[in-house]
Design a protein around this ligand. Structure first.
Ligand code: B12
Length: 502
């Protein structure tokens, strides 16, 4: 069996880092880990080709070679998925689809022969058995969640090593929280399930043996779901493994209570973590209550962020505007917080309600769902009728983006962070990547970009005040360029406003 593993094209989003990729000669942020994991579960006599359409094309030769196509996608790839499926079907291939897009909305996809929904560890084998016997059904799904000890090492050999800026690993799935706008629990359930630390070490070792040196995001929805397990098992294993293997740095998504545990943060930094993404969402207690984000309530979030930064971890933050309780003051409050916190990577989106979430159900009952979600929570659209009024919400949002991503404010924020940040001794070193990035970006940012002198200024300032943070400063400047370019079409709608970015 000749099989194509296809990952359809994504539009540019906040996390696609498209504009930054150009500067570092990469095409995409990371390879599709779901498809690579599925690849490792397919029969060993199948011939496989990975086609991530964000880095390569689907050609006639590929279509002629293949018997079947396995397609994986997120909601944001909905349109491109339709096109890919139609092309494969036209070429006479058997089309098999799975992953978050199809698991949340498989109806409406014509041309797919077999939907294999949910986690492949559970649904793929029953499908394969039937497929081999020529009696495969149209839909395979399950109410069960996978035992992650059965999850194989992803097939890194299928990846073109020059195309991507990072390689992901996944320790856990499932989330015990109930944030009403999030569809992760719908996809992976509430029970926090993990691989063993030796599985993770084997995955890292595989990456290392394939020559990967660089960023490895842990793609878990909350890596610190069980702090004790992390402190006694995973982190010591990573520390031991990394002793004679240099050159990898880790990032993770965590909850804000990481700030309560000095030992946990110390071990994370020792293991090589340098960045954490935290869903802060809103600074307003009523907003947190509304979306059921209890874990963020009754805390001094600003102090938490500073504590995490001092421990040696850069904090990235997710923010939402458009809660029912939000008033026009919400934008200014968020702007002040983001600036003071030194959170350079602030992903601010409008509240959206993906189908199947508790938020969707509530708003549907109230008659406040307008359309389907685009799947990109940072594209300035929303599928809900906001209490504040759509126009007021979008105008406040654009103004907020305009403020926080003006080069003047962005660079101020990076410096606020770097002043607080204690770069670990074992932290990222200046590598060929950074030298290439600086060389290329000096022209795009320092000459033609609106950043101008601020960029070389930041590099010099960091060199003299905190030389060990230089790699972080370079990365933040380059990523900041993407964030600004990404949000610019939204901010552009404000042109003519008295408020011009510096
Ligand atoms: C890592 C990650 C990313 C990375 C890398 C994406 C990539 N190239 O793979 C980055 C940071 C680039 C990213 C970006 C975005 N992401 Co993202 N991302 C994730 C995250 C945290 C982990 C995904 C992952 O690698 N999981 C590990 C693998 C092993 O699991 P998996 O992909 O789910 O695959 C399993 C099953 O789904 C299934 N499966 C998957 N594919 C297939 C195919 C077949 C044929 C079969 C049979 C089975 C199957 O089997 C696999 C093994 O069990 C998830 C959250 C989550 N918990 O999944 C969000 C998530 C997938 N992302 C999401 C979103 C919204 C985005 C963005 C739009 C955010 C933004 N505004 O910028 C962008 C869009 C993409 C882009 N290029 O810009 C949503 C998608 C919601 C949906 N229902 O579609 C999720 C679920 C998070 C959430 N709830 O908000 N993302």
């Amino acid at each position: 069996m000749n099989a194509l593993l296809i990952y359809p094209e994504s539009p540019q989003t906040f996390w696609s880092l498209t504009h930054a990729m150009r500067l570092i000669s990469r095409k995409a942020a990371s390879p599709p880990l779901g498809l690579l994991t599925v690849a490792a579960m397919l029969p060993s006599d199948w011939n496989l080709r990975l086609l991530d359409l964000n880095v390569t094309d689907l050609t006639h030769t590929d279509l002629e070679w293949a018997d079947c196509a396995l397609v994986s996608a997120m909601i944001v790839q909905r349109e491109s998925s339709h096109k890919v499926i139609a092309r494969c079907k036209q070429a006479g291939l058997t089309v098999i689809a799975g992953g978050p897009l199809f698991s949340t909305e498989h109806e409406g996809f014509e041309g797919v022969d077999h939907f294999v929904l949910g986690e492949a560890e559970v649904t793929l084998q029953p499908f394969l058995t039937d497929f081999e016997q020529g009696r495969a059904r149209h839909v395979y799904s399950s109410d069960e969640y996978a035992d992650m000890s059965t999850s194989p090492v992803p097939r890194w050999d299928l990846v073109d090593p020059r195309q991507y800026a990072s390689r992901g690993v996944q320790f856990s799935r499932g989330c015990p929280q109930n944030c009403d706008f999030c569809d992760v629990t719908q996809l992976f359930g509430h029970r926090w399930r993990t691989k063993s630390s030796s599985q993770i070490v084997a995955e890292l070792e595989a990456l290392y043996q394939f020559g990967w040196r660089g960023v490895v995001p842990f793609v878990d929805d909350n890596l610190i779901g069980n702090r004790r397990l992390l402190k006694t098992d995973l982190l010591p294993a990573l520390i031991e493994w990394a002793k004679d293997r240099r050159g990898m740095s880790f990032s993770a998504q965590v909850t804000i209570n990481v700030a309560d545990d000095e030992e946990l943060m110390r071990l994370m930094v020792e293991a090589g973590f340098d960045t954490v993404f935290i869903g802060i969402e809103t600074l307003d207690d009523a907003g947190l209550a509304e979306c059921n984000k209890g874990q963020n309530r009754d805390r001094d979030i600003l102090a938490d962020v500073k504590r995490i930064q001092r421990a040696g971890l850069q904090v990235q933050g997710g923010f939402i505007v458009g809660f029912d309780c939000d008033t026009p003051q919400v934008f200014e409050r968020m702007r002040r917080f983001i600036q003071k916190s030194g959170i350079a990577t602030a992903m601010v989106g409008l509240l959206q309600a993906p189908a199947g979430t508790a938020l969707y159900k509530r708003l549907a009952k109230e008659g406040r769902i307008r359309v389907r979600v685009t799947g990109d929570n940072s594209d300035g659209t929303t599928n809900v009728v906001p209490r504040m009024g759509l126009e007021a919400l979008q105008e406040g949002y654009r103004q907020l983006l305009w403020d926080i991503y003006s080069p003047a404010n962005y660079y101020k924020r990076v410096k606020t962070f770097l002043r607080e940040y204690r770069p670990p001794r074992t932290g990222p070193r200046l590598t060929g990547w950074h030298v290439l990035a600086v060389t290329r970006s000096l022209y795009s940012l320092g000459v033609t970009g609106r950043e101008h002198w601020r960029y070389p200024g930041l590099l010099l300032w960091t060199l003299f005040t905190k030389p060990r943070a230089l790699p972080v400063a370079v990365t933040l400047a380059i990523y900041g360029y993407h964030y600004r370019k990404h949000y610019e079409p939204l901010m552009g709608m404000l042109s003519g406003s008295a408020h011009q970015p510096q």
